[in-house]
Write a protein that binds this ligand. Structure first.
Ligand code: PLP
Length: 416
């Protein structure tokens, strides 16, 4: 028996049967027996630059040797934290944005939810406390993110959580309009919105949805929060999906690809109009928020070098090219007898939907398909609604994409 309690795991089944990964290179990882796997998940959608980047490891080690970490509370700062914030702002839809740093996506969501309410309190609209969220949404697992969960099982059985969360169908503009009418636009603080729903099944929004949703939220005077924890830093062929869809969000939550996971880091990009009341020259307005590891020095160095690599190797443009290659490759699974839908075509993201009837009869079917794919040398995983996740590193080759499709087919055959 081991002591490690795995997230989202039935420990009674996992204990003693762990799948132990030992090393990685490019788009592949290797287990302790030396078996090679093409990682169609980039771990949890994070390894944008791929595995084995010694350049990041060396820079982090060097930073750790002279200062591993110092906080950035009050007037304290470190050069890497300042530089990373400036760099992220320069890539954001509005380069005048401010950047609040944290340790991951759940921190980012917690920060965004609190900032939205704190902002409206600051500008004299404290009645704006409601948040709208879409079915299938995944916004992390802190209390805020759990409260915002679009997938009910992720929220249920934790007692009272954050109040004032209203859930709507993920793809309906009419539902968003109705909820604004019902609650009253002047009581809504914001909409949390993944430009492409990730863990909930890889669901790109219907054409025009995001732009219309953004307009409705803006007309109500509420904040549009783009959760780009998955879609940020190149995965959808732009630095941010918000740029691709011209969303001009008020807040962008990010994590994962900002460091490609070489160190835990996340945060929130805050548009100038939202930051403004807190940044008035000479004003003593303070936001009482922040984490010990906000702007963790070595993690920020990992972020800076990771962004250097994304830029130098043109991985954002590469993701846009791969979007077509991946969609075409996955299309060959459309005719498989257990597949009902292929969702792809927005960046290096794909969802292979197993027949929902089969999934409702047998909840374990997607997990078994993923295991069979793994035995065939391809790592995928079950996502919301019974799909299989496809989100390899942005350095994945076309030959590896073919391997991914072959592995997925083996997995699907195993449950046909
Ligand atoms: N938001 C989205 C869209 C995510 O996909 C995730 C994690 O997968 C999170 C937030 C939470 O991020 P973390 O697991 O780093 O806390």
């Amino acid at each position: 028996m081991g002591a490690l309690w795995h997230p989202f795991a039935s420990m009674g089944l996992v204990d003693g049967h762990e799948f132990v990964i030992e090393r990685g290179e490019g788009s592949c990882v290797y287990d302790t027996a030396g078996n090679r796997y093409v990682d169609a998940t980039a771990s949890l959608w994070l390894t944008n630059v791929g595995y084995g980047r010694t350049e990041i490891a060396d820079a982090v080690a060097d930073q750790m040797r002279h200062l591993h970490a110092y906080h950035v509370f009050a007037d304290f700062a470190t050069r890497p934290a300042m530089d990373l914030a400036d760099r992220i702002a320069s890539l954001a839809p509005d380069p005048g944005s401010k950047v609040f740093l944290a340790s991951g996506g759940s921190d980012a969501i917690d920060t965004a939810l609190k900032l939205a309410r704190r902002y409206f309190d600051e500008i004299g609209q404290p009645q704006r406390t409601y948040f709208v969220v879409r079915d299938w949404a995944y916004h992390g697992m802190h209390a805020s993110g759990t409260s915002l969960a679009g997938m009910e099982p992720n929220r249920a059985r934790h007692g009272p959580l954050v109040e004032g969360i209203v859930k709507i169908p993920w793809d309906s503009i009419e539902a968003l309009e109705a909820v604004v009418d019902e609650i009253g636009g002047d009581r809504i603080a914001g909409l949390f919105c993944e430009p492409v729903i990730g863990a909930g099944g890889v669901r790109p929004a219907p054409p025009g949805y995001l732009e219309k949703a953004r307009r409705i939220v803006g007309d109500a005077g509420a904040l549009f929060v783009a959760d780009e924890v998955i879609t940020g830093f190149g995965r959808v062929g732009e630095w941010f999906a918000s740029t691709r869809f011209d969303l001009e969000p008020d807040l962008i939550t990010f994590a994962k690809g900002v460091t490609s996971g070489y160190a835990p880091l996340g945060g929130v990009v805050v548009a100038p109009r939202v930051a403004e009341p807190f940044w008035q020259p000479g004003s003593d307005v303070m936001w009482r928020h922040g984490y010990t590891y906000s702007g963790h020095t070595a993690a920020c160095v990992a972020g800076l070098v990771n962004l250097d690599i994304i830029e130098r190797e043109h991985l954002v443009a590469r993701a846009l090219d791969l979007e077509i290659v991946l969609e075409d490759a996955l299309d060959s699974l459309r005719a498989h007898p257990v597949v009902t839908e292929i969702r792809a075509g927005t960046g290096v993201l794909g969802g292979v939907q197993i027949d929902p009837e089969l999934v409702s009869e047998d909840q374990g079917v997607t997990g078994r398909a993923a295991l069979a794919a793994r035995d065939a040398g391809v790592i995928t995983r079950a996502i919301g609604g019974g799909g299989l996740q496809v989100s390899p590193p942005l350095v994945v080759t076309e030959a590896e994409i073919d391997e991914i499709v072959a592995g997925l087919r083996t997995g699907l055959d195993a449950v046909a």
